[in-house]
Design a protein around this ligand. Structure first.
Ligand code: ZN
Ligand code: ZN
Length: 410
């Protein structure tokens, strides 16, 4: 669902041809398993079911955030060469230019956008030139591993050295897409999946510590992506729209196995700082709390997971109160038109308004994405009404600490 993954797999011929999911518009198309059979009684196609809430609840008008915002999780560039979900070259595809983004950033008081998918080598240099240097102080970019070099015999050393070069070029961290664990294979796009805790990456994790570059890591995905895609899957619409996001079957590890491998990496590299993206595992906040407690070298962001947090508002509020120094603001924003494929991530004023409403107000039962049908699952969310002291940390100061920037003046 970090929809990074839409982009990752959109060029994957293997998956493009695999009819893993039945179209959301035709849930009764016949091939669905028996447990979805009850749906056939309805004459209204699921895609046409767009109920409007009849609740008369308060709607707080959002003019801006309580404090200036660092959006710690955006995607402004992407690899131009992707093979079976793995970026294999350095060339970049850019989703926008600074002048396309700055008006919305200024209107919504987004002081800084962190572009996670900055790339490697000359692609990273292009990204830094296009954003970080063109609008100083408004954009920062991260580096990514060079998976295209994976078959080199000296890959562990090569990749570790690349970290120092990325730092020297201007990158402020390393982004690990869920490529690691779910796409990268021994032969890049063939053979066994490479595990998240494969020791060949140990020199890379250590280099990040040596150069004080935080690792932003996305591991696994919502549990429903590992379940059969049928009438009991709460992300039926989402998987119907993006069938290649299903990790059910084949040789995919389970959600729990992926997270356990990630935790072994964190344990092995206590001097490396890790930002666990998408709340680490937003459907299981008790487990996230345990992870944060166990590993002082970790924090989380909330990108593309307010749909999860906001449907468990009491647990989420307790989580924010307890871990208010470890939670960073992020949206996973992708500029349009690419971002329109995933409305919960499309860069626009409405997206930021929803995030601010969720964090600041106690409004009830509202959409978590600017879309006519909730795109991740058919539910709505409730605001947390966080106090100012927590908002200051979540909007700005926690991310500033990750990036080595100054906190807001008091
Ligand atoms: Zn992600
Ligand atoms: Zn992302």
């Amino acid at each position: 669902m970090c929809t990074c993954d839409y982009l990752l797999r959109s060029t994957c011929a293997e998956h493009a041809g695999a009819a893993v999911v039945h179209a959301a518009a035709t849930p009764d198309a016949g091939a669905a398993p028996a447990r979805a059979a009850a749906a056939t009684a309805a004459s209204l196609p699921l895609a046409q079911f767009r109920p409007r809430s009849m609740l008369h609840t308060a709607r707080t008008e959002i003019r801006g955030p309580r404090y200036p915002v660092i959006d710690l999780h955006t995607h402004l560039s992407w690899s131009a060469q992707v093979r079976s979900g793995v970026a294999t070259g350095e060339s970049r595809r850019f989703f926008a230019a600074p002048q396309d983004l700055l008006p919305v950033m200024d209107a919504m008081q987004v002081r800084l956008m962190v572009n996670l998918t900055g790339g490697s080598g000359h692609g990273l240099a292009d990204t830094l030139q296009r954003f970080d240097r063109a609008a100083p102080g408004r954009f920062l970019s991260l580096a990514e591993p060079s998976y295209g070099e994976w078959l080199r015999a000296d890959y562990p050393r090569y990749q570790a050295d690349a970290i120092g070069q990325a730092k020297a070029a201007g990158a402020v961290g390393l982004k690990i897409l869920k490529t690691l664990g779910l796409y990268l294979r021994e032969g890049i796009d063939a053979g066994a999946l490479v595990r998240v805790d494969d020791p060949r990456f140990d020199p890379m994790w250590e280099a990040c510590a040596a150069h004080d570059l935080p690792v932003f890591i996305h591991t696994s995905d919502p549990e429903a992506f590992f379940e059969p895609v049928d009438g009991e899957n709460e992300r039926y619409d989402e998987l119907g729209a993006h069938p290649d996001w299903s990790f059910h079957g084949r040789d995919f590890p389970s959600n729990a196995e992926l997270l356990a491998a990630r935790d072994r990496v964190i344990a092995r590299h206590p001097k490396t700082r890790f930002v666990l993206l998408h709340v680490s595992n937003a459907e299981k906040l008790d487990a996230v709390a345990a992870t944060l407690q166990r590993f002082p070298n970790t924090c989380v962001d909330i990108a593309a997971r307010i749909g999860e947090l906001g449907r468990q508002p009491r647990a989420a509020r307790r989580f924010f109160d307890r871990h208010q120094d470890r939670i960073c603001f992020g949206t996973d924003a992708i500029p349009p038109p690419a971002g329109e494929e995933t409305p919960q991530q499309v860069f626009c004023r409405a997206l930021y308004e929803i995030y601010y409403r969720f964090l600041e107000t106690e409004d009830e039962y509202f959409d978590y994405a600017p879309a006519p049908v909730p795109p991740q699952g058919r539910w709505r969310i409730y605001g947390l009404g966080l106090p100012d002291a927590v908002l200051r940390k979540v909007y700005h100061d926690n991310a500033a600490r990750v990036l080595g920037l100054a906190p807001l003046p008091t």
